[in-house]
Design a protein around this ligand. Structure first.
Ligand code: MN
Length: 130
């Protein structure tokens, strides 16, 4: 069965690119444009992995991750933060809020799928490790 990935991303261009890359490699993609919608979709369709943009309207990615981790059903689902922030403090913040790791924007199409695969395989590593 195909792995299901929830992409929480408010930028249409990034969402398009990520969806394109994931679907081309056989993943099922479900999308949400903000944190509230993301939490609702995750609860209804329990994905295998969540790709979470940190810069989201109203509720930022850190708050979304913390909320997702409060759910017993969703707590085991790895969350990968996607952000243009590259400061060490932001990685710590992502980890503290429950993310398993970190991918930096802009998405590199050549390495992206490998990073996602690593997170799916181990749940805790791949991409830029925290
Ligand atoms: Mn954003």
């Amino acid at each position: 069965m195909n792995k299901r990935i929830l992409v929480i991303e408010d930028n249409e261009q990034n969402l398009y690119l990520v969806t394109f890359l994931l679907e081309r490699h056989g993943y099922e993609v479900i999308a949400a444009r903000d944190g509230k919608q993301g939490i609702r979709t995750a609860t209804e369709q329990v994905p295998d992995l969540i790709l979470l943009d940190i810069q989201l309207p109203s509720m930022d990615g850190y708050a979304v991750a913390a909320r997702l981790k409060e759910s017993a059903v969703l707590a085991p689902v790895p969350i990968v933060a996607v952000t243009s922030y590259a400061m060490a403090g932001d990685r710590e913040k992502a980890l503290a809020s429950g993310c398993s790791g970190y991918i930096v924007k802009p998405i590199n199409p050549d390495t992206f799928i490998g990073e996602i695969k690593a997170f799916l395989d181990t749940g805790t590593s791949g991409g830029e490790q925290l």
